[in-house]
Design a protein around this ligand. Sequence first.
Ligand code: WQD
Length: 331
Amino acid sequence: TGGMGYIGSHTSVALIEAGYQVVVLDNLDNSSEKVLTGIESITGQTPHFAHTDLRDVDAVLEVFNEYPITSVIHTAGLKSVEESVTNPSKYYENNIGSTITLVKAMQTAGVSTLVFSSSATVYSSSSKPPFDENAKTFPTNPYGMSKYIIEQIMADLALADSKWRLGILRYFNPVGAHPSGKIGESPSGVPNNLMPYLMQVAIGKLEKLPIYGDDYETPDGTCIRDYVHVVDLARGHLAALEFLENKNGVHFWNLGTGKGTSVLELVKEVEKVIEKPIPIEMKQRRKGDIPIVFADVAKASSQLSWQAKYSIEKMCADHWKWQKHYSDSRQ
Ligand code: WQD
């Protein structure tokens, strides 16, 4: 689900390249069918596409009846922290409602393997980084809370019926794009997240980068995050799927690099790639930001034999290649 989105499209590419038959279910709420062309141009194959809203249980059941689905990777969902604060009911209804419909359809269809796209935003700000999977969870916004509630639903499913094979992936900060430059993140409107905003300043679409606070307890005063290449993240979904082939129950894994990068450090990396300065403007701290967030990735490494391979430089170079290709294709 959500296979036309940022994470979903890169995961679809990785699945196809690993020999899986992929059926993408997406309502195109935050993406377009152009992504199918991108997936096809990279892999030489076009995934089956069901233009379906997950909350339409009959339509979802139709997909299960039409295709011999063996497992589900569920990345569909609304993901703006900012929007979730102003419109919480939309987030709870969409993210939780569509997951419950999906799970009911899976139960009807007898499919019990599910990999779910969760987020490091479920961790409590009182936890000390690096966060491992047992760190205290306490989401501070409706987007994060919707992810947390879905995690709880999955844990209860596994308790109720041992047939469930559930993998919950807590993404840190996904950035970058497929090295071909043919798929990537295309945020609608002014981006909330750092990297897409930074890239739109780099391409000249936005004038300067607001930096929300340079008075944090960090070496350069700006917040630190664990940026992870979206292609590494996609590989993590395959590793989780393979792990679940013979493991029941519910399993949690952080997907990150285990390294922290500050806002100013990321700006410098992008300036190196684009070979020109990024105009910045220091602003007040942004409500809800945690000073330092980065992952303890030992569990994914030992259980999934998964590690992030790509560097910050590669993330910036691939994201920039996509930004130029994406902007050209919309001229
Ligand atoms: C990173 C840092 C900002 C924009 C959230 C969600 C997470 C995932 C990624 C969905 C912070 C600073 C940002 C800007 C800035 N979302 N910043 N100027 O908040 O770590 O994580 O987005 O999958 O689930 O929680 O990411 O990129 O918004 O912010 O200075 O224009 O960059 O203050 O310190 P965040 P972010």
